[in-house]
Write a protein that binds this ligand. Structure first.
Ligand code: AMP
Ligand code: MG
Length: 491
């Protein structure tokens, strides 16, 4: 039979949508198309990611409406998802995609499944008082930081594109260019997705969503007896590993509400996040985190708290209701040890230790104690261990206001080094992270129409480990005049 369908571009683009959420989870979402954009324009397109997904970037580039809103690629079926969440400890029974649209689930040629989501693409039934829109700066910020995370080897949602809508948004700072980020995720299942159904007492839907999550993220558990508990273990394991990876990099997520915790174990929802410079455990960037709930050092504790909320939401599904509370509590009391083991594994790598010995945790905390209060930049301190391993401690010592504790620690560390320590240290400790002052410069320039600083910074942060000339300006912390860095969410 001749193909009479219009030439839609779907095949040429490589998009291959298979929207399992709609198929498997009826009545858990709202059908909702992204807003119309008066003048869609792609500002940034992730050509490498597109290729990795089997997408044809030249076709994507010709379809800015797919990324700014107004049009959807053929085969897409845009929806807004429902979820709940504990925000700063207080429960909101209904949050949901208030400014985001799940465009569809793309199957790559090699069979991987990814959500394509637009964020900043207009109002939905979950928007509450919000305008459903986003300003350019925060969308570029998500692009930049998520791509840095990916390059640093941390599980994360990815950014495929940022597009201007051609419309201004009103924010406290005034009128700002409106933009949309297109992000790609293994799924948008959050702890808060389960909380939404659990809090309503709709255990039938809750069970279906959990089965869907298991099928999507832990398919080997599908047929297993006791799979809900096994799934809980998997989520805990992924989250423990994720938070340990963040801690190793000095990353502060900034808003670890349960709706911003992905069951996939990917870093999600880049809002007020930032990388710590001088090591200080209490580091907070978010303007609204007055209590330091989501400070650097509190992230492992919040991990436990968020997993307790996940446990509560799963409780109605536990097979052995009599023992369920006891069993879940037992798992929760293990989170701390699990996290500690992940953290120690990260630190053994970051310090290039030979094998594993009993005193390694003390050795790691010894280095942190030496850094604390010294103004020592987290990223550079670890990076410069490479020179120290080869006998030149000067660059490392220069980071410390008073290196007296460092000097006591160095011989203990040297005694534990693996043979290829210097190379190993350069391979695991980045030279380049997205420096806060450079991120701000890049976003401000972009708002003024100059994308060059953003493009230059992006090229640097997506190649974090290589030593080569010309990288100094990108590797150094903010000049002292930059002051304390403050970030904002939901903008
Ligand atoms: P976030 O702080 O981005 O994790 O968002 C928390 C909740 O607020 C989610 O339900 C978002 O969809 C919603 N939200 C954030 N910004 C907006 C906005 N501009 N318009 C509508 N809803 C929003
Ligand atoms: Mg969120």
């Amino acid at each position: 039979m001749p193909d009479t369908s219009p030439d839609t571009g779907a095949h040429e683009s490589g998009f291959n949508f298979d929207n399992s959420w709609q198929r498997d989870l009826p009545r858990t979402y709202v059908e909702q198309a992204p807003d119309y954009s008066p003048a869609p324009q792609i500002l940034v397109l992730n050509v490498d990611l597109a290729a990795n997904l089997g997408l044809e970037s030249s076709v994507l580039a010709q379809n800015p409406g797919w990324f700014a809103g107004g049009e959807v690629p053929p085969g897409a079926a845009p929806v807004a998802l429902a979820y709940a969440g504990h925000q700063f400890g207080g429960f909101s029974a209904q949050l949901g995609d208030g400014r985001a649209h799940l465009i569809g689930e793309h199957l790559t040629p090699d069979g991987r499944r990814f959500d394509l989501q637009l964020k900043g693409s207009g109002r939905t039934p979950f928007s509450r008082g919000g305008d459903g829109k986003a300003a350019l700066g925060p969308m570029l910020r998500e692009y930049l930081i998520s791509e840095a995370m990916a390059a640093l080897g941390v599980p994360t949602t990815r950014s495929l594109a940022v597009a201007l809508t051609g419309e201004d948004v009103r924010r406290e700072a005034g009128r700002l260019p409106g933009a949309v980020v297109a992000r790609v995720a293994s799924s948008h299942l959050r702890v808060g997705t389960l909380q939404f159904w659990s809090a309503r007492g709709d255990h039938g839907t809750l069970a279906r969503v959990v089965d869907y999550a298991i099928a999507r993220h832990d398919p080997d558990l599908v047929a297993q007896e006791g799979r809900v508990l096994a799934f809980f273990d998997r989520v805990i394991a992924r989250q423990a590993r994720l938070v340990a990876a963040w801690m190793g990099l000095g990353f502060v997520h900034g808003v670890l509400n349960t709706d911003n915790v992905a069951l996939s174990g990917e870093t999600i929802d880049y809002g007020p996040c930032a990388f710590m410079e001088a090591y200080a455990p209490g580091t907070v960037f978010s303007s609204i985190d007055h209590q330091g709930r989501y400070s650097y050092a509190n992230q492992p504790l919040i991990l436990g708290w968020n997993m307790a909320k996940l446990a509560e939401s799963l409780l109605p599904l536990m097979e052995d209701a009599d023992r369920a509370v006891e069993v879940l509590n037992d798992r929760l009391s293990g989170v701390e040890d699990l996290y500690h083991a992940e953290w120690l594994a990260v630190m053994r790598e970051k310090l290039a230790l030979h094998g594993a010995q009993d005193g390694d945790a003390d050795l790691a905390t010894g280095f942190l104690a030496a850094m604390e209060g010294q103004g020592a930049d987290w990223t550079l301190a670890f990076r410069r261990l490479a020179e120290a391993a080869s006998g030149d401690v000067t660059p490392l010592r220069a980071l410390f206001a008073d290196p007296v504790r460092l000097d006591l620690w160095l011989p203990l560390w040297r005694a534990r080094l693996r043979e290829d320590a210097a190379d190993h240290l350069r391979a695991v400790n980045p030279l380049i992270i997205p420096r806060n002052h450079l991120v701000e410069q890049a976003l401000q320039a972009a708002e003024q129409g100059d994308l060059a600083p953003f493009t230059a910074l992006l090229a640097q942060i997506t190649d974090p480990f290589t030593d080569r000339p010309g990288r100094e300006a990108f590797s150094l912390p903010a000049p002292s005049g930059f002051g304390d860095y403050v970030t904002f969410c939901g903008t």
